[in-house]
Write a protein that binds this ligand. Structure first.
Ligand code: G6P
Length: 614
């Protein structure tokens, strides 16, 4: 979703800002812009609909000088994606320029007030309202820019991260946040600002994460000042980033998505490192063990998440109910937050989010917290808002995921849920020692099995060519593989724009089977498990109606291979962990179909990596 970059220091700001915007492209956006104060104190703003390259083209013959600037990639919320609605936005006098992530919910009320006071607007955005409002407060209260931002923050409702510059003070950037992340990088006589650490990491590992309702005053050659809304000075907490730049690069692959698919055998090792003992006899998940009583006494678990994380949650529901005998409910975070849910203090609410910034998941978590539930987070991004807001949690530890369509984060989330279920089952004594140990033994060889699945790359690439021009797809699975079917369908939709639906295989006959004809490709996940025979019957029902079946089966399964039109054979694993294996061929299938269609795989249209608005 929207991205923020800022720079103040001794170097030319423009190339640093452009590079920063490119580093943020993975978040998904539809327009971009930059504001620079040149050496004559002129405030230049350049914007373009489309990609950062379009912005560069627009600015190529213009004055891009200056050692201070802010830049933005926008994902439209208020007003269509175009040059005018792109950020930065000037204030009425054109002295100020502002960039903004998030939404100002009461912008209409403020806009009416400003119109009554003679303000005019060029764009349809809430952001332009905010910059005019800050200027209005600055003038009418005769205060400096920092104070004006503080006062504005007291009036506005919503979630935001902002950065603002003033051409009359070319030595300062003011930044502020509420519920939307913002990081300051500290270099030698220079500062960097960004909505996540990605654009900063190549310049400095030293960062300050601005906290909610804090304002940062970033001045040339001066220490950073952090203030809260009541103007009380806060002590900045400097952290050292442990990421490196190669983690953000493609490492020889044509797209981040295929790089991330191929990383899974290693990322799963990273995910379990230090959590399963060397003898493979025990799981040590500290977030659960440190809160033993909570987990022992939990009467119910509610999992809130969105998108791919919600599919991981459905697998978690199976694992926890199967192994721990605790009732589990899985909720879309966006629905949960608005339906006055019944939550008890003995409930555990698990929030799953790769980015840790998804607005709906964050709000669902806050709601559960306010009702006294114990909140457990499963996030990938260290230090993200959800990770910070929970009572305890487990990081997924799969490294930065850049492709908008989630792949390695999904398998990491499922692995964490598997380890959680095992830890809780042992504590609650709902698992025999024998089953506990055999499950751990299987878990640690999952990465090796993933390597074998990845050897199917060429087979799946060839298969993808047959289906590139399909208009619809159905994905079927049962039990643990039903969420895997949902996730397979979502991957295809997201990146190839082919309509795809995931269904529980047996539910087909209650309606969707009407869609089946010789034109309809059906991906049937039929690996050997406790309901394997039933799944075969469901495949027969599809074949009887001439559907084209691509079956995902366990190695050596001639029965299904003889019924299906195409067969993908994967290594055998236990039913509990089947989605960790079946997810990968489905990721590859979606990837190659999208590549064949010439789609922008890493940044699919209309999607964002981190959805920080509701
Ligand atoms: C967006 C992304 C999805 C992701 C979902 C939830 O829609 O495009 O890939 O699954 O957000 O994101 P989270 O970071 O909370 O897991």
């Amino acid at each position: 979703m929207c991205g923020i970059v800022g720079y103040i220091g001794r170097q030319d700001a423009y190339p640093i800002l452009i590079k920063g915007l490119q580093r943020l492209e993975y978040r998904g956006y539809d327009s971009a812009g930059v504001a620079l104060i040149n050496p004559d104190n002129k405030l230049n703003v350049y914007k373009a609909k489309g990609k950062v390259a379009d912005l560069e083209y627009n600015a190529s013959s213009k004055d891009t000088s200056g050692t201070i600037g802010i830049a933005h990639t926008r994902w439209a919320t208020h007003g269509e994606p175009n040059d005018v609605n792109a950020h930065p936005h000037y204030s009425q006098s054109e002295n100020l320029a502002l960039i903004h992530n998030g939404i100002i919910e009461n912008y209409m009320v403020i806009k009416q007030e400003l119109i009554r006071n003679g303000y005019t607007f060029k764009s349809s955005t809430d952001t332009e309202v905010l910059v005019h409002f800050i200027e209005y407060i600055k003038k009418t209260n005769k205060v400096d820019l920092c104070r004006a931002v503080q006062l504005a923050m007291g009036e506005i409702i919503g979630a935001y991260a902002i950065a603002i510059i003033d051409k009359n003070d070319p030595d300062q950037i003011i930044a502020a946040r509420k519920s939307s992340p913002l990081v300051i990088g500290i270099g030698e006589d220079e500062f960097f600002l960004a909505s996540d650490a990605t654009p900063i990491i190549e310049y400095t590992p030293r960062v300050i994460y601005i906290k909610d309702e804090e304002i940062a005053v970033i001045r040339r050659n001066k220490p950073i000042r952090i203030l809260n809304m009541r103007d009380i000075e806060q002590t900045p907490e400097i952290k050292t980033l442990e990421m490196n730049l190669t983690q953000f690069e493609k490492g020889g692959y044509p797209h981040f998505m295929i790089k991330e698919i191929n990383e899974q055998p290693r990322t799963i090792v990273d995910c379990i490192r230090g959590r399963i003992n060397i003898e493979a006899t025990d799981v040590i998940l500290s977030g659960v063990l440190d809160n033993k009583e909570r987990f022992e006494n939990a009467r119910r678990i509610i999992i809130v998440a969105c998108g791919t994380s919600w599919h991981a949650a459905l697998i978690g529901e199976h694992l926890i109910e199967d192994l721990c005998r605790i009732p589990v409910e899985v909720e879309y975070a966006s629905e949960f937050r608005y339906r006055n849910p019944v939550i008890d203090k003995d409930d555990i609410v698990i929030a799953i989010s790769q980015s840790g910034e998804t607005a709906d998941t964050l709000a669902a978590m806050e709601l559960a917290k306010s009702k006294g539930a114990f909140i457990y987070g499963i996030c990938n991004v260290v230090g993200s808002s959800i990770a910070r807001g929970t009572d305890a949690g487990s990081y997924v530890h799969v490294g930065p995921e850049i492709g908008v369509a989630s792949t390695k984060a999904f398998t990491g989330q499922v692995m964490v849920l598997s380890m959680m279920a095992l830890t809780m089952a042992k504590q609650r004594k709902t698992i025999t020692d024998e089953l506990y140990k055999s499950l751990i033994k299987e878990l640690i060889i999952i990465p090796e099995k993933m390597k074998k699945v990845l050897e199917l790359n060429e087979t799946i690439r060839d298969l993808s060519k047959i289906f590139t021009y399909a208009h619809n797809f159905i994905y079927l699975g049962r039990g643990y593989n039903y969420p895997a079917a949902l996730e397979g369908a979502l991957k295809l939709k997201e990146i190839s724009y082919i309509h795809a639906e995931g269904y529980p295989a047996a539910e087909m006959k209650h309606g969707p089977i009407a869609l089946i004809d010789a034109e309809m490709p059906v991906v049937a996940i039929a690996t050997t498990d406790s309901i394997y025979e039933k799944t075969i019957s469901n495949i027969q029902e599809i074949k009887a109606r001439k559907g084209r079946v691509i079956a995902l089966v366990t190695e050596g399964d001639d029965v299904v291979c003889n019924i299906a039109d195409y067969c993908i054979e994967v290594p055998k694993t236990l039913e509990y962990f089947a989605p960790l294996i079946s997810a990968i061929p489905l990721q590859l299938l979606a990837y190659y179909i999208a590549v064949n269609k010439g789609c922008n795989v890493d940044q699919p249209r209309n999607l964002a990596k981190s959805v920080t608005v509701e």
